[in-house]
Design a binder for this molecule. Structure first.
Ligand code: BGP
Length: 476
């Protein structure tokens, strides 16, 4: 008998802005992803103030799924996918974010896509917000700093819930909502880029305020979604990267505990409906006086999620700095150190399959909810040789992670809903904007310079995953 339950959701994951292209088609507005240039390993992506002539914006065309969706969905069906995780580009539905009426052409695009998936028996799994709010909401309202964003988001979610109530059952609210806690990117506050530079702003405070508004919005749409269709399964979506202590020194142990708390308090709020005590104390010590009302707290309590979706790529090792003895809140980025016991990817990400089993156990112990691995995979350079792409490294990575998943289900009793490897088809990297950081099991002929025919080709990993799915995970 197979380890994985019948109906296990084997699939693939992508995000609208990283693969759709068609950035101005069908009445779409400009999203924050559309103003981000390409970077590389050494140079972070730049966020420009509006669209600047002469800049390279890799998300504008991406892999042009917008015009290739039938061909691509056919390939997904051939691979045997049971589900397909993507996001709805907010700017296709509300181009500026604050209109009264939605854009019918945008709604129609997702109708067509979901119909195409359902035709092959592929279940859509939909993220409402995957790193791409309308740019207008940033320039006009300051992005998620502003409580008004809750209303705009709720409106967007309500429109798509109603429209797709009979086509989509699995939803997630905000992709990797906890990603902002490390203050590593500028995608929700737009401060480092200078676009929203406000003198004297405490960015960390703003991050907590923005996070709070997002969680209120998330809890509201969970409640609204369940009213629209009681069968909806609406999940949180976390970036899961366990923090290991650098040594048995209790300082390091406390540091890793706090790093976990600091990254996963979002799940406390979304799964348990309330803020953890340590964080409320921290807000008090910092004298943040955040706008968290009693009504908000009721909303959070009433809008807990049905399951936890999460991405897993790597674990991290953290070390307490010498004098750190009180709150252990110094930023992770300052304290993450290499793990000499494990290999890394070409982009320096630690490869740790057992960390996935650890994550599954940790989340189960803490939240006791069904789990869904909605991203996992290896970003690597691929080469095309005589029309073939041999990617044994990717197969090894995925196989090793699936083995740990199987142990978590079989030995540890974790309730696992499904597994959707990231970038099932090559797409634009979120972090670097590169095309050549490839995750796909389907190759797309396009390089970092934006050149290529966009022709799709099956990699060796395509055939391998096909038989994994056909055997419900027995044949690895
Ligand atoms: C996650 C994001 C994805 C994705 C992935 C890989 O953080 O949810 O959007 O891109 O990471 O990261 P990258 O593209 O930077 O390699």
């Amino acid at each position: 008998m197979s380890t994985f339950p019948k109906g296990f959701l084997w699939g693939g994951a992508v995000a609208a802005h990283q693969f759709e292209g068609g950035w101005q088609d069908g009445g779409k507005g400009i999203s924050i992803a559309d103003v981000m240039t390409a970077g590389d390993n050494n140079k972070p992506r730049q966020i420009t103030n509006g669209i600047k002539a002469g800049e390279n914006y890799p998300n504008h065309e991406a892999i042009d799924f917008y015009h290739h969706y039938k061909e691509d969905v056919k390939l997904f069906a051939e691979m045997g996918l049971k589900c397909f995780r993507t996001s709805i580009a907010w700017t296709r539905i509300f181009p500026n974010g604050d209109e009264d009426q939605p854009n019918e052409m945008g709604l129609q695009f997702y109708d067509n896509l979901f119909d195409e998936l359902l035709k092959y028996g592929i279940e859509p799994v939909i993220t409402l917000s995957h790193f791409e709010m309308p740019y207008h909401l940033v320039t006009e309202y300051g992005g998620w700093r502003n409580r008004k964003l809750i209303d705009f988001f709720v409106k967007f979610a309500t429109v798509v819930f109603k429209r797709y109530r009979n086509k989509v059952k699995y939803w997630m609210t905000f992709n990797e909502i906890n990603n902002q806690s490390g203050m590593m990117n500028d995608w929700s506050l737009f401060t480092n880029s200078g676009i929203l530079k406000q003198s004297g702003e405490d960015i960390r405070r703003s991050m907590y305020q923005a996070s709070h508004y997002e969680m209120v919005a998330s809890a509201l749409v969970v409640q609204i979604g369940h009213k629209i269709n009681p069968d909806f399964q609406i999940g949180a979506m976390l970036a899961m990267g366990p923090a290991y202590p650098a040594s048995p020194d209790p300082h390091d142990m406390m540091k890793s505990e706090r790093a976990m708390q600091a990254n996963y308090w979002y799940a406390d709020v979304q799964c348990k409906g309330k803020y953890p005590a340590w964080l409320l104390k921290y807000f008090e010590r910092q004298q943040y006086n955040l706008d968290i009302t009693l009504a908000d707290q009721d909303i959070l309590r009433a809008g807990t999620v049905d399951y936890i979706g999460f991405s897993y790529y790597a674990s991290h090792v953290v070390q307490a700095s010498k004098n750190e003895t009180v709150d252990f809140m110094a930023q992770d980025a300052d304290t993450s150190i290499p793990n000499p016991t494990l290999p890394t990817s070409d982009w320096g990400w630690i490869i740790d399959p057992i960390g996935l089993r650890y994550a599954l156990n940790w989340l189960t112990d803490r939240y006791d909810l069904p789990l869904f691995i909605v991203e996992n995979g290896l970003g690597a350079f691929d080469t095309v040789e005589a029309g073939q792409i041999h990617d044994p490294y990717r197969i090894t990575y995925l196989r090793d992670h699936i083995k740990q998943m199987a142990l978590a289900v079989k030995i540890d009793g974790v309730r696992l809903m499904g597994y959707t490897p990231w970038g099932i088809i090559d797409l634009v990297s979120a972090g670097t904007g590169q095309m050549d950081k490839r995750y796909g099991l389907i190759y797309v002929d396009k390089n970092d310079a934006g050149e290529g025919s966009l022709h799709r080709m099956k990699k060796d990993s395509f055939k391998w995953f096909q038989q994994v799915i056909a055997s419900n995970g027995d044949n690895l």
